[in-house]
Design a protein around this ligand. Structure first.
Ligand SMILES: Cc1cc2nc3c(=O)[nH]c(=O)nc-3n(C[C@H](O)[C@H](O)[C@H](O)COP(=O)(O)O)c2cc1C
Length: 220
């Protein structure tokens, strides 16, 4: 169901249900359903033996702006993490809505000798600074080198990558650079749900100075 009523149930008078790790069902699934929407890093790597791997990772964000460092998390040890440890490089490809099924198809647990590029019918495009190929169908890619060593946290490994090169299709660029509407990214929600961008709004950050010393004539 997707009605306005479903979207506006946030009445303050509703008593919240209190959940704890002992609540029946998967605690991780409950938490994952609240950490939404999550952008998806579509990560391409090349193994030391030359197999091109591609897989989606939605535990993904930016951690440093100078230098530009992003991070993804491998839950357990998978081909992507193994390849990054072998080669110290990877590429994060953007995930447009139009590639929804293909992105999902690269999340299948293929054995390391099978390339998800071939399994999902995607095209390799040479990267400029790393050996791992970019996804030609993706509108934008970030070429990264491993920063430091992956950090073990719980059952995950946080992998940091310094972005050294970016390639963007001109169609995905607006006046101020990469443009959200043109990139049309898809995001992960809870369970098996995914989402597009929906509403986009702009608002300016409010400097504290303008609150402390309102400009003459501003309403108080
Ligand atoms: C949209 C989506 C997001 C995913 N996010 C993650 C993630 O953040 N971390 C992870 O370890 N696996 C994640 N997975 C599962 C991996 O993609 C899956 O285990 C894949 O087989 C790993 O491939 P690899 O062994 O080639 O690295 C995700 C799957 C999908 C479809």
């Amino acid at each position: 169901m997707d009605t306005m009523t479903d979207r506006t149930p946030h009445a303050k008078d509703q008593t919240k249900q209190e959940l704890t790790p002992n609540t029946s069902g998967s605690w991780a699934s409950i938490v994952k359903s609240l950490v939404i929407p999550r952008p998806i890093a579509w990560i391409s790597t090349r193994s030391a033996s030359g197999v091109d791997n591609l897989s989606p990772h939605s535990y993904f964000t930016m951690v440093s702006s100078d230098p530009a460092i992003i991070q993804f998390v491998s839950t357990g040890v998978k081909d992507t993490l193994r390849n990054v440890l072998e080669t110290r490089e990877f590429v994060v490809n953007h995930t447009p809505m139009e590639l929804f099924e293909k992105i999902n198809a690269t999340g299948t647990d293929y054995p390391p000798e099978i390339s998800e590029f071939d399994a999902a019918g995607l095209t390799r495009e040479p990267s400029r600074t790393v050996a791992a190929p970019r996804v030609a169908e993706s509108p934008a890619s970030m070429e990264c080198v491993l920063h430091g060593e992956p950090l073990g946290v719980g059952n995950g490994y946080v992998v940091f990558g310094e972005v050294r090169h970016v390639a963007v299709r001109p169609h995905a660029l607006g006046e101020r650079g990469p443009d959200a509407r043109r990139l049309d990214p898809i995001a992960r929600l809870g369970h098996d749900e995914w989402a597009g961008l929906g509403d986009i709004r702009s608002i300016r950050r409010i400097p504290y100075d303008s609150i402390k010393h309102p400009v003459d004539g501003d309403p108080t």
